[in-house]
Design a protein around this ligand. Structure first.
Ligand code: SUG
Length: 418
């Protein structure tokens, strides 16, 4: 019998991780532009998060880093790593596929018309460095979810309709294995910053994914302008709980009313702006937590970045939250500082797929042994540091390629090497 559980697939932080400041509207990315990055430490932080989640009794998967620099993309632009202008090379080098929440939008079996789990790969077309991720992501998802009796993997919706995947999508349901209402959060305007998720794309994804119950809600302009370039920076949902900042949505009253109408048991935990300002929410990434259901009826936990602990008003609020009688019972800070410095918290690093783990290609499912093996490869082959002014260094480019290849081979996934 099939057992549907939530599996978190984390993007392994690739050996080309660097801070080139490519994401306008992402304050962390702009703030850390030009700094030296630590790819080895970054990837080991990611592995430690996965290990932590396995130890909590959660199902865990992973995706491989993509081949960077993306030579095919540079070739289509009439150049190559040796000749590309600095800015193009930086765009080709980004390890941004680590943020698997942007890989695809997932509508699991209980939500869909044909009873299959649908995944639509995101086009990420607003940001040049992310716009060429989808080819590698599509190839990988087609491998991981190859069983067409249970999964349907769709190519991205076409430009110019921007789609950022699961970072702008949530699902509210009684339990993971029961039918849910899918929430598609789009942006219209972000003041000085782009609204990356377009409503046309959200609607197309809902159709492709055959989602039966849907609500489309607008992300607040104020939130995007304050640096919430994705909705998952200001809201997160798990089963019947929506944990959100007061200023996340443009019309919260009508959105909450729709939601309560469709799912009467929904519990909305709204954090008031006078307790945690939008600025503190974005700096601490408290909503970019993984809100998970712990096994053995232990309630829900927030797997948060340690930055949330460092912020007094955020941490005070969270202490009160778990002391109360609400559904969130436990706080688990994790150190993903290398990813955070590029605007990616614990929730950005994972794609949630509700499925029976046995129906997924086992090469993508984590075990403690595999994580240990991956840690060894990372410790031995990932560059220790990368500064963005080194990106054209031939030896570095070669090391990055070899490092990824070693990981693919160890995981039996060398066929992903193009
Ligand atoms: O798209 N940062 C990513 C962070 C994505 C976070 N994901 C979610 N919120 N789900 C982005 O802005 C920085 C790259 C650079 O500057 O080199 C970057 O792409």
């Amino acid at each position: 019998m099939s057992k549907l559980v939530e599996i978190n697939f984390d993007g392994i932080i690739g050996p080309s991780h660097n801070y080139a400041g490519l994401s306008i509207g992402n304050i962390a990315s702009s703030t850390h532009a030009g700094e030296t990055a630590y790819p080895r430490e970054a990837a080991l932080q990611g592995i430690a998060k996965m290990r932590h989640n396995l130890e909590l009794g959660l199902a865990q998967g992973f995706f491989m880093p993509l081949d960077r620099p993306n030579r095919t993309w540079l070739e289509a632009l009439g150049t190559d790593p040796a000749h590309a202008p600095r800015n193009l090379l930086a765009n080709a080098m980004s390890a941004s596929s680590m943020w698997a929440a942007n890989a695809a939008t997932v509508s699991p079996m209980p939500d869909t018309i044909d009873g299959r789990c649908h995944l639509t790969v995101a086009n990420l077309q607003t940001m040049p460095h992310r716009s060429h991720e989808w080819t590698g992501t599509l190839a990988q998802l087609r491998l991981a979810f190859a069983d067409e009796t249970r999964f349907a993997v769709h190519a991205p919706v076409p430009a110019p309709f921007g789609d950022e995947g699961a970072a702008n999508h949530m699902r509210i349901c009684a339990s993971h294995d029961s039918p849910g209402v899918e929430l598609f959060i789009y942006g219209v305007s972000g003041g000085p910053f782009p609204a990356r998720q377009h409503i046309e794309a959200s609607m197309a994804v809902a159709r492709l994914n055959e989602a039966q119950s849907v609500i489309f809600a607008q992300q607040s302009e104020q939130a995007i302008a304050a640096g919430a370039f994705h909705n998952d920076v200001v809201a997160v949902a798990n089963e019947h709980v929506l944990f959100t900042h007061e200023q996340a949505f443009e019309n919260p009253t009508s959105f909450y009313a729709d939601l309560r109408d469709q799912v009467p048991e929904v519990e909305i935990v709204e954090v008031p702006a006078d307790r945690v300002s939008l600025a503190d929410a974005i700096k601490s990434y408290l909503f970019n937590a993984q809100l998970v259901t712990l096994p053995d009826d232990a309630g829900m936990a927030l797997i948060l970045p340690t930055e949330a602990q460092d912020n007094q008003s955020v941490w005070d609020y969270l202490q009160e939250l778990i002391a109360g009688n609400g559904p969130i019972r436990r706080l688990c800070p994790v150190d993903v500082r290398q990813s955070m410095a590029n605007g990616g918290g614990p929730a950005c690093l994972r794609l949630r797929v509700v499925a029976d783990p046995e129906t997924v290609d086992q090469r993508f499912i984590a075990t403690p042994e595999k994580l240990a093996q991956m840690s060894d490869i990372i410790a031995n082959h990932w560059p220790e540091t990368i500064n963005p002014n080194q990106l054209s260094n031939v030896e570095l480019l070669n090391n990055i390629r070899v490092a990824r290849h070693k990981l693919l081979e160890a995981c039996g996934l060398a066929e992903l090497d193009r």
